[in-house]
Design a protein around this ligand. Sequence first.
Ligand code: KG4
Length: 350
Amino acid sequence: MKILAIETSSDETAAAVTQGRKIISNVVFSQIDLHREYGGIYPFLAKREHEKKIDTVIKKALKNANTKIKNIDAVAVTFGGGLVIALEVGLRRAKDLAKKYGKPLIPVDHTEGHIYSVFAQGREGAPKRDFSFPFLALIVSGGTTKLIWVEGHLRYKIIGKTLDDATGEALDKAAKLMGMSYPGGPVIEELAKRGNPDFLKLPVPMQEAKDLNFSYSGLKTAFKRELEKMPDDQIAKNFHHLASSFQQVAFQHLINKLALALERKDFKYLVVGGGVSANKKLRLMIRQLLYKKSRSVYFPYKRELCTDNAAMIGIAGYFKYKKGVFIKNKFGRADRVARPELKMWMKILH
Ligand code: KG4
C-alpha cells in the first residue's frame, strides 16, 4: 500500500511516499534560515512559506518515488500537534488531493509520527526492528517532551510530559541567551563536545519529584542568572563550557525520569524520537542507563528521521489505515477518527 504523506506542523514543509514501513521518497524543505533572525519559529512566516513550497515538495516526493498521485492508495497528513496556521496548509492540500483523486485521508498526530519514525525502513526493508508491545517512547523535540506508554498500535497512554518548555525549546533558549542562532540544539551539541560539563553548577530539575513529568523553566532561569553574572568576554571565552554544562543538566533530567520509569514499568524496549534524539551525547547517556538495566533502545535509523519529516507520518498512517482510522474518499462519513478535533478541522476546511 503506497501512501503520500504531508507534514507542515512547524518549520519544515515535507512530503513523502511510503509503502508500509518502507520509505520510497522523503522530501523536506527546511525554513530554518528564514526563522533564524527571529530566534525561533515565526508562525505567519511558516504558513506563508508552506504555501509557497507545498506543491513543489509534493511533486518532488512523487517524482523521487517514480510514481503518480493516481497510483497512490491513500493520503496521510499531520492534523495535530504543532502550529495551527501551519498545519492548516498541509491539511487543506491533503484534503483537496484526497477529494480530487478519490483517495482515503488518514489523519496522523505529529507525536504519533515521531514514535513510528523509529520503525521506518529503507527501500530494502532494513532495519528490521519488529514491534514488541508494550514499549516506552520518549519523544524529545522542540515542541514536545513526552513519555508515552505504547500498549499496541494506536494504543497510547501519556505517562509524563513537560510542564513548561520542551527539551529542544530549552536548548534553543539557552543558545539564544548566549547570543547564538536558532536552532540551538545542534550548535550546543557541537560546542559541548569540547566543553567541561561541570563548569557551571546548574540545578537538575525536579530531583525530588516522584512523577514522570518534566520542567525546564527553573534551569533556564538559573542559566540566565549565571550568564548575567559573567562579563561578555568571559561568556565568549567559555561558550563551549557553558553549552556543555547546560546540555548535561538538561539531559540528566531526562535520564532521571527515564530511570524512574524503568523502576515502575516493565517494557520490552525504549524508543526515542524527535529532533533532540539526533544528539549523540543524549544517545550515549540513554544507552548507558539502559545497559545497566539490561534493556534496549531504538533511535531513528537516520538522523533526518529525528527532525520533522513526512515519512514518519506515512508510516504511522499505514498502521492507522490498517485499523480503519481514516476518512473515506468522498467525505460522506468519518470512520473511527482519532480525535473530535479532526472533525472540527474537516468542517473548517470544507
Ligand atoms: O522534531 P523537530 O524537528 O521539531 C519539532 O517537532 O519540534 O525538533 C526540533 C528541535 C529543535 O529544538 C532543535 O534545537 C532540536 O530539535 N535539535 C537538537 C539537535 N538537532 C535538533 N537538539 C539537540 N541536539 C541535536 N543534534
